[in-house]
Design a protein around this ligand. Structure first.
Ligand code: PEP
Ligand code: MG
Length: 569
């Protein structure tokens, strides 16, 4: 058995086709006629753009609009004067042939990009590698590898699956993908997921281990792959595959359906995202909005505090993508386990009890105000709601609201549009917030329960510490009472009671949360349909009866066992 990174769920069983890139054999030569060489280059760039445009169109159909943007990016990069001028300067100055000039210039920029700390810029280095290879191939007259012609039942094996290669994939014929490099967020992973092709990436030397025609089975969820497996393994994976497809088909029935119980009690089912690029995926998975946009990733991906303008663009993109559906954006939740090295904050003895989230933001208006301004400006382009993390007292909510009012005044004076009725809500994730839920509910426009932290702060157990993991569970009566109290307070004041912690998609807890009166469930995009299905299996009376029983239990173990016993699927 070989183990790699499970990057696209599903079971693949098929015969190997190894994709080997042709060697780019050329020699670096001195040329006399630099003008003719530059003409060769510009002709090649023209062909590159033409071919890539065709790939973009093909990819829109096979992988989707969003994924095709990766290749559209290649067109923009090759048109970037910084790159083309560098290649031409090498031809003019060093009098070298176009192939060598392309290689040296692309390597130069790729090296700069690969040194960046954020993943997106690093990704551009691998894009440049792809662009370089294809441009040199065009100059040498070498045809691209044509993946579109592989027979049905193929498992593609390659060192890496570049965006230009994936453009040719016919998902009907490709059972799976195995590569030597790449991870969950690499382009190959994103594209395989959108085409629903099972993929295991980063298996060392896999292109040398297998040969064309070998039988392989792979599990894109666990990252396991077998080469020339025994018959019993093939049988086991055939069964796994049938089960996976059956579950997938059963969930497909819930696309476009309301999120409701068997007796028609409707709730909102939205998604958690970490960046603007994930917004389109929410709609693809039939999410009804965004219940949590964790903005700290924008801050963590960059080497400095992102500007108001770049934040505005990010928030606006999400708001526009969601086309008027609600988008809850959480303000900077930094500290605890999420460090921002460039802020140079001192190390704390108890970071989870320290200077983090709203506490930090209120002390650092030069960082917080641009974020709030960006959020308000973006609110003119969709239905944005602002959410404040780690609130422990009503003063914090009041202080944030006062800051928002101040910024609204500034925007009015500058004639900049924003949503005058923008809602400001509280992330309910501390024991303190839960205990004053009645007070907060009078001044907040909505609640969203962050059970990940609420469990930790209620049980005084760190979510990452294995020694106290037995305490870190939302099934604890203490956590359930806290959740019930928060939802009750929101219901009483008539404000939305949402939940964006992991518990919202726990199939065992969903009926209990419905019984408590939760109005909004925010889950990862991939859990939307499964959560909608669970909701549909219960009537509200059944949910309430279950919750009544659960709330009489005294231990976490009893709660978990009862919920497991009653689980429906
Ligand atoms: C939570 O605490 O439940 C939550 C959703 O936020 P995070 O996991 O980002 O702390
Ligand atoms: Mg939290």
């Amino acid at each position: 058995m070989y183990k790699g990174i499970g990057a696209s769920a599903g079971i693949g069983i098929g015969k190997v086709v190894v994709i080997k890139e042709q060697e780019l054999n050329y020699t670096k030569t001195t040329i006399e006629d630099t003008e003719a060489e530059k003409k060769r280059l510009s002709d090649a760039i023209e062909v590159f753009i033409e071919k890539t445009t065709q790939m973009v169109e093909a990819m829109k159909v096979t992988a989707g609009e969003q994924e095709s943007e990766i290749l559209e990016g290649h067109i923009l990069m090759i048109q970037d004067p910084a790159i083309t001028e560098q290649i031409e300067a090498k031809i003019d100055g060093e009098k070298i042939n176009a192939e060598a000039a392309v290689e040296e210039a692309c390597d130069f920029f790729a090296q700069i990009f690969s040194m960046a700390e954020d993943e997106l810029t690093q990704q551009r280095a691998s894009d440049l590698g792809d662009i370089k290879t294809r441009l040199i191939k065009i100059l040498l007259g070498i045809e691209d590898v044509d993946i579109s012609a592989v027979p049905a039942g193929t498992v593609l094996v390659a060192e890496d699956l570049t965006p230009s290669m994936t453009a040719g994939i016919n998902p009907d014929n490709v059972e799976g993908v195995l590569t030597e490099i790449g991870g969950k967020t690499s382009h190959s992973a994103i594209i395989c997921r959108s085409m629903e092709i099972p993929a295991v990436l980063s298996i060392e030397n896999i292109t040398s281990i297998v040969q064309d025609g070998d039988e392989v089975v792979l599990d894109g969820a666990t990252g396991e792959a077998y080469v020339k497996p025994e018959a019993s393994i093939v049988e086991e994976y055939k069964e796994k595959k049938a089960k996976f497809l059956e579950e997938k088909a059963a969930l497909a029935k819930f696309v476009g359906k309301p999120s409701q119980t068997a007796d028609g009690h409707v709730v909102e089912l939205v998604a958690n995202i970490g960046g603007p690029d994930e917004a389109a995926g929410v709609l693809e998975k039939d999410g009804e909005g965004v219940g949590l946009f964790r903005t700290e990733f924008l801050f963590m991906e960059s080497n400095d505090v992102p500007s108001e303008e770049s934040q505005f663009e990010a928030y606006k993109k999400v708001a526009e993508t969601l086309e008027g559906k609600p988008v809850i954006i959480r303000t900077l939740d930094i500290g605890g386990d999420k460090a921002l090295p460039y802020l140079g904050l001192p190390t704390e003895e108890n970071p989870f009890l320290g200077f983090r989230a709203v506490r930090f933001c209120l002390q650092r208006p030069e960082i917080y105000k641009p974020q709030l301004r960006a959020l308000l400006r973006a609110s003119a382009f969709g239905k944005i709601r602002i959410m404040v993390p780690l609130v422990t007292c009503v003063d914090e909510l009041r202080a944030v609201k006062a800051l928002i009012e101040e910024i609204k005044g500034e925007l009015d004076a500058e004639g900049i549009a924003y949503d005058k009725d923008i809602e400001v809500g509280v992330m309910m994730e501390t024991a303190a917030a839960s205990l004053i839920a009645d007070i907060l509910a009078k001044e907040a426009d909505f609640f969203s329960i962050g059970t990940n932290d609420l469990t930790g702060y209620t049980m005084a157990a760190d979510r990452g510490n294995p020694d106290v993991a037995y305490l870190y569970s939302a099934y604890n009566p203490a956590v359930l009472r806290s959740i019930k109290n928060i939802i009750g307070a929101a219901n009483k004041e008539g404000i939305m009671a949402g939940m964006c912690g992991e518990a919202a998609s726990d199939p065992l807890l969903v009926p209990v949360l419905l019984a408590f009166g939760l109005n909004e469930f925010s889950v990862s995009a991939t859990a939307i349909l499964a959560t909608r299905k669970v909701m549909s299996l219960w009537t509200m009376d059944e949910c309430k009866a279950l919750a009544d029983e659960v709330m009489q239990l005294e231990t976490e173990k009893e709660v978990k066992e009862l919920l497991q016993e009653r689980a429906r699927s």
